[in-house]
Every structure is written in C-alpha cells, then in structure tokens.
Ligand binder design. Sequence first.
Ligand code: KG4
Ligand code: ZN
Length: 336
Amino acid sequence: MLILGIETSCDETAAAVVRDGREVLSSAVATQIAEHRIYGGVVPEIASRRHAEAIVPVVREALEKSGKTLEELDGVAVTYAPGLIGALLVGVNFAKGLSLSAGLPLVPVHHLRGHIAANYLSHADLEPPFLCLVVSGGHSHIVAVESYTRLSILGRTRDDAAGEAFDKAARAMGIPYPGGVELDRIAETGDDSAYPLPRPRVAGAPLDFSFSGLKTAALNLLNGAKQRGEEIDVPDLCASYRKAVVEYLIDHFLRAARETGMKTLAVAGGVSANRLLRRRLTALCAEQGYRLCMPELSLCGDNAAMIAAQGYYELLNGRTAGMNLNALPQRSIEEG
Ligand code: KG4
Ligand code: ZN
C-alpha cells in the first residue's frame, strides 16, 4: 500500500511517500527555522503563511521523487493534532482537497504517534509491544506501545517538555533557536561535572517528569554569575545541563522498562537526535539486555515519512476521516 504523508504541525512543511508503513520512497522537507530564529522561537502566524506557500511544491516534490502518480496511491495521511492550529489547518485542508479530488481515503494521524513510527522506517523488524521514550519540543512521554494503534502513557511531564527545557536553557546562554541542537553540539567540548544541577522528582509519580526546576537552576547559575561579574563557561554549562536532562530521562525510562518487563525500547521525537542520549542509552541497553531502537537522524525531527508510516497502520485499523476533519491543537496520544 502506498501512502502519501503530509506534516505541517510546527515549522516544517513536509510530504513523503511510504510503502507499507516501512519503505520510504521519497521524503521532502521545507524548513522555516531560519525565519523564526530572529524571534527566538516559532511565530505561529508566520508558520501558517509559510506552510501555505510551501505545501504545493513540497507535495509535488515528494510525488515526483517517488516516481508514483496520485492514481497509484492508496491514501493520504495528514498530521491533524497536536500542534499550532493555524499550521495544522494548512496541511489538513490541503489533504482534504487532495483526498476529495483523487478519491483517496483521508487518514488523520497524531503527530507523536508519527514520531514513534519513525522507528518502523529505521528498524524493519520492530513490532509492538515495546516501550517508547517520546521527547519532542512540545511533549515528553513514556509510552507503552501495545499495538500500532493502541498506546498508553506511563509517564509524562508536568511542565516543560525535554526539547523545551533544552531550548530555554540554550536561549538564556545566548544560543540561537532551536537551541537544543546547538547546545548538544557545544556540550561535546565541555566538562559535564563543572556545574552541579538537581534531578527533580515528582512526588508520588516516579515515572513523571518536571523540567522547570532544572531550567530554573540553570537560569539562577547564569544570573548569579552575571550579578557577581563572573564568567560562566558555556561549554561546561551545556555539558552539565545536557547530562542532567539526559540522565533524568534515562533514569525514568529504564525504571518504566523494569516495572513493565518490556525488553524492547525505542526513542522518538526531536530530542532523540541528542548525541548523549543516544550514546548512553546504547551503552546501558547493551549492558542490561534490552533491544534499543532509535530512528536514523534524518527521521528524528519533524518529517512526513513518519506520518505516512503511522497512517498506514491507522488505515489498516480502519481509521479514516470525512471532509469535516478538523485540526486540534491538543490531543492525547492515547486517543490517537
Ligand atoms: O519533534 P520535534 O522536531 O518537533 C516537535 O514535535 O516539537 O522536536 C523539536 C525539539 C526542539 O526542542 C529541539 O531543540 C530538540 O527537539 N532537539 C534537540 C536535538 N535536536 C533537536 N534537543 C537536544 N539535542 C538535540 N540534538
Ligand atoms: Zn515533532
């Protein structure tokens, strides 16, 4: 089955053609990051306008690269939640028009389910059940993937998401948006024991996360140093902060693995590109006998191949939408 995926939930306009949820025939991504950088974050209205400009050329590019025609497709999968509403609506409306004119089923896909499905593209033999650490710019979840379309949240963040925690600390250090990527690169040259940082706990919920305390501790270090006229060593702070976030994520994730007895683990979302997270998890999983799956780097960030992959499984499960499909800024991954 050939699925065309469309993704416009944040600052990437993307389209892709995927066969049977596993094989990427083409993937096109037009990023707006440079444009949002001057504002220090994504400006929703600018994002919507850029999606409106880019959607047709990006979909055309994905179709051309795949060597397939619209007639050969079996469905159009589109991210409909969660995300920036104006941005989502561009993709949803475009997908509706295409579905209507080409007579193809319209498949609504939850963005985070898509991130998880990036693993199906990178690991041909990965099948549920497995446990997934989903860490993006907007969400941090520990998810039990019971089947392709039945997922349950075991742990979640109470405040900031992991990517947000990276981006905010980076911003305070003067690193341009999206700071998480650059913070990770700079951290490679720093001493990760230079600045002690807390490992927050959420009372009574050992699998939940709270990143705001960690972020505040980093901000206090920066402000305190400034007031005293001292210099903060940016690579050292990046390394210390990255270590704190990554150890915290892994600690909870492996606790969930022990509690559930699941032996196959996966990571997903933009933060799954983090170098330290990948290195540490690889080492710990090898040591403790877990199978670890991670998306290849090109599939960690937002893309449409992952949406087409999940769309395939949603369609197999009978999930289609009518022409009244709406976009939703918030929606649980469990509801799909
Ligand atoms: O999944 P994603 O591309 O978009 C959302 O769905 O939110 O995630 C973007 C987030 C940003 O916060 C970005 O800073 C973070 O992922 N990110 C990273 C790295 N690459 C992307 N954070 C830490 N280390 C990285 N290498
Ligand atoms: Zn994402």
